[in-house]
Design a protein around this ligand. Sequence first.
Ligand SMILES: [Mg+2]
Length: 217
Amino acid sequence: MKPVDDAIVGPEDAVVDPSRGLAIIDVDEVLALFIAGFARFLGLHGYDFRLTTYGLLNNIFVAGGEAQPDKDQAKALFDRFFSHGCGDLDPAPGAVDGLVSLAALADVVILTNAPESARALRGGWLKQHGMPYPMIINQGPKGPAVRTLADRVGGPVMFVDDLLSNLDSVAETAPRVTRVHMIADPALRVLAPTSPRHRRIDDWSQLVRVARDEVFV
Ligand SMILES: [Mg+2]
């Protein structure tokens, strides 16, 4: 396995083998149980997270009551989670072993949408949990970064993410890439929009089977 490079890594300079396949994997709600960790973080800061709508920041309440932080306060809590709290996340069930299995089939690159302030904690979290793969921090739709990565390898490319906006962006920008919609948190699955445009797999062992039998063949 390649060590995580702590220098800033972009899609044009992440180390990939041009002759191999490539698996491009999201962190929050794919490798990590983001909602559960964010809820824990909010609890430490006097807030409750009640998952009633898909819009993340609308689910924050002052602990024990019905009052909600305004948009700026909610955004500040979200940013603070990434700069101070995102090292305390649980891996999604099966994700660590699944990633090891994927890495035997193809190169692995982690592509996460997060503020730059999350880099140290997020990179450390990946290493600590046995996922020492190159990490790219992205903002906005992921299609362009996936396209840049896919253009650098000759083998098949797979992209796994929980957000339809990222999957749609990849469908439009990098159509040769196999897209998988995965949502690790069972409660979030119920609320999340879905689309027939993308293959849906929520289970890591099934993802590995599909990668082995249908993508990296
Ligand atoms: Mg995600």
